[in-house]
Every structure is written in structure tokens, then in C-alpha cells.
Design a protein around this ligand. Structure first.
Ligand code: GDP
Ligand code: ZN
Length: 355
């Protein structure tokens, strides 16, 4: 049973609770859990909760006041996707086409890696357009991992049942590049989708189904989330995260055989982690991107410390202070202290740049 269902089951009573399905401006559109067929309720966050810096995300279950339509509290969330921030997601459904557009292993690896690092359950790979090409050879290398692979045809509906079974009692986020058949899949799952999507599109003055806003759809016994953000890949990932079983399961499968605890499983002698050729290429690329991102982070931290250090110097050089025995002000003492802390964090002590 998925997270959102566990949360709903744990409520003493469904009355007065809603699931936030969309957010527009300051309005949190909640679906009344007691009456799911009713319209979405535009809820606002009262000043008290704003002052307490309470945040509400799509996917949150909130207790609300039906009289003034405000949020009273947020039921503790069980998971949170980082970008876009969506609460209580269980898994990702990564949609790829067997052909047209051709399946790109690197793109699939990125999405699998991102999903593995951000959602609690392993992602599902949904292969569309199997009527055009049955099963691309390149997908065979993924069969040994813990990812269910579900081939479907949106034209005939083949395979949709199995996918729905895997979605049951869960909240899943859809991911995949445009043209792979995500909209068609939504319509295969439920013909009402086109209607629902149409309604939202009209509101946002867009003629077609372009996913601009993160929104949740309840279908049968599951929730699906259509979001533009998930397929945009997250560059802010560290090497430690990439170099993990969650991101690349083969590290876990053969990891015990790797004798070195700090091994990056790239070209180290004696490393026994086995990647296929294309997976290794993706891993290498993602590790390199992570390294660059870490460098940039360190660089900007150093820059910040340097700017602060300059500020300190100019304060000290004010002629009036020269020779003065005045005690260090509380402010500059704090600045110096912060700077020292930062230097220590960066391991920059004794570095010429800072002296
Ligand atoms: P999206 O951009 O991911 O939402 O993709 P669409 O659902 O708009 O589909 C892109 C194109 O692929 C459309 O012309 C669909 O008719 C077609 N398509 C989607 N799924 C299938 C499928 O399973 N088989 C075939 N032959 N075509 C499909
Ligand atoms: Zn290794």
C-alpha cells in the first residue's frame, strides 16, 4: 500500500481533510477526501501558518476549515520529491518508446538514476509503441534490475492492465520526453483524462495538453502525477549519490566484490562492479557532471569567503582604527568567526588565498 493510502488510513476520520491536487498562486486546490466527486476546494494558508513558515505542496493531505476555506494543518508527509517539490510520491513511471523516437539508453539511465534517488520505490519502465517495434535489444540489459518493465501499445491497449496493477494503491509520477506517448497512455488508462486535461488547459489558456502545472489525477484505485519538472534532469546531484545502489543497482549487485570502500567504480584496478558498455558510459557521464557541480559549489563557497574576507580587510584599513586599541566590535567578531568556520569547512586553513 502506497504512502498516501497509509496517510489517509491513519486519519481518525476523512471529514475535514483534503488532498492538495494543484497549486496556483496562493491557492491550494484540495480534493475533499470525504467526497472525491466534488469540485476542488480553493484553500488558502492563514497568516498564522504563513508566519510559522508552514509549506504546502501538491500531494500533501491537509486538514481544512470548510467555513473560511483555510488550511488548518498539514498531515506529516512521508516523502518529498526535491524538484519539483511534491509530497507523498511512491514511484516514478518512466515512459520510453520502442521506436519513434528511438530509445536512448543515456536518457533512460538519467531518469532511472534520478527516480532511484528521489522516490521511495524503484521506478517502473513503461515501453510504448510495441506495435511498431516489439522489444528493443538495448532494454534487455535492464531486466536483471529491480525495475518492472511493462511493454504496452496505446493503440490496442495491450499491457495497460499490467501497468494499472503496478500503479494500484500508489501515487506515481509520470516521466519521459515528449512524443513517447505519455498523453496517449493517460488516455489508455482512462478516457476521461483528455477531458480533465482539456479543462485544465483551458484555464491555463493552452490549447493542447502541455504539462505546465504539476497536478494529480485520481484514476480507479491510484493517483498519477503529471509534472513538467520530473523529466527535466536534476544536475544538482553529488558523486556519492550517483555512486550508489539506488542510482545504479549494479553497484549493489556486485558491490560486495569491490574491495575498496572509497571506490568510484570507474577504472580502479581490482574493482569488480560490472556495467554494460552503455550503462558505464552513462555512469561515467553522470559522475563527471556531479564532479563539476561539486566543484562549482566549492568555488562559489570560496568566492563567498573571499568576498567576506575582503570586507573584513577594508574595515580594518579605515585610518581611524589604525593603532586604535578599541576592542573588536561584536559584529566584526561574528564575521571573523563565521569566516573562520567557513574556511575550516572548506579545508582552506593556511591557504594563501585567505592569508
Ligand atoms: P507525449 O508527447 O509523450 O504525450 O506523446 P503522445 O501521447 O502525444 O504521442 C505521440 C505520438 O505517438 C502520437 O502520434 C501518438 O498517436 C503516437 N503513439 C502513442 N502511443 C503509441 C503506441 O503505443 N503505438 C503507436 N503506433 N503510436 C503511439
Ligand atoms: Zn569498485
Amino acid at each position: 500500500m502506497g504512502l498516501i493510502w497509509q496517510i489517509i488510513d491513519s486519519l481518525p476520520d476523512k471529514a475535514g481533510y483534503a488532498l492538495v491536487e494543484q497549486i496556483h498562486g496562493h491557492f491550494y486546490y484540495g480534493r475533499n477526501l470525504l467526497n472525491e466527486a466534488s469540485e476542488l476546494i480553493p484553500l488558502t494558508l492563514p497568516t498564522r501558518l504563513q508566519k510559522e513558515k508552514v509549506e504546502v505542496f501538491v500531494g500533501d493531505v491537509v486538514q481544512f476549515d470548510s467555513y473560511d476555506q483555510t488550511v488548518k494543518s498539514v498531515v506529516p508527509r512521508q516523502s518529498l520529491l526535491p524538484r519539483p517539490k511534491v509530497a507523498n510520491i511512491d514511484q516514478a513511471v518512466i515512459v520510453v518508446a520502442a521506436t519513434n523516437p528511438p530509445l536512448e539508453p543515456e536518457h533512460l539511465d538519467r531518469l532511472l538514476c534520478h527516480a532511484g534517488l528521489t522516490t521511495p520505490s524503484p521506478p517502473i519502465v513503461c515501453l510504448t509503441k510495441i506495435d511498431l517495434e516489439p522489444y528493443p535489444e538495448v532494454l534487455k540489459q535492464y531486466e536483471k534490475f529491480n525495475y518492472p518493465i511493462v511493454p504496452i501499445c496505446n493503440k490496442s491497449g495491450v499491457g495497460v492492465d499490467r501497468l494499472e496493477h503496478l500503479l494500484g494503491h500508489k501515487m506515481s509520477v509520470l516521466a519521459g520526453s515528449s512524443g513517447v506517448g505519455k498523453s496517449s497512455l493517460l488516455n489508455s488508462i482512462s478516457p476521461q483524462f483528455s477531458l480533465k486535461v482539456g479543462e485544465v488547459s483551458q484555464k491555463s489558456t493552452r490549447g493542447t495538453h502541455t504539462t505546465r502545472h504539476t497536478q494529480i489525477f485520481k484514476v480507479k484505485n491510484f493517483y498519477l502525477l503529471d509534472t513538467p519538472g520530473f523529466s527535466r534532469l536534476d544536475a544538482q546531484t553529488s558523486q556519492v549519490e550517483i555512486c550508489s545502489e539506488k542510482a545504479f543497482p549494479e553497484i549493489g549487485y556486485t558491490g560486495e566484490a569491490c574491495a575498496f570502500p572509497d571506490c568510484k567504480h570507474l577504472d580502479e584496478e581490482g574493482c569488480k562492479v560490472e556495467f554494460s558498455e552503455s550503462r558505464k558510459a552513462s555512469y561515467r557521464k553522470l559522475m563527471e557532471e556531479a564532479r563539476r557541480w561539486e566543484d562549482e559549489q566549492l568555488q562559489s563557497k570560496k568566492e563567498k569567503a573571499r568576498r567576506q574576507s575582503k570586507k573584513q580587510d577594508s574595515t580594518v584599513n579605515i585610518p581611524l582604527l589604525k593603532g586604535s586599541l578599541r576592542a573588536e566590535s561584536r559584529k566584526s567578531f561574528k564575521q571573523n568567526f563565521d569566516l573562520e568556520e567557513e574556511k575550516e569547512e572548506l579545508g582552506c586553513e593556511g591557504n594563501e588565498e585567505y592569508s
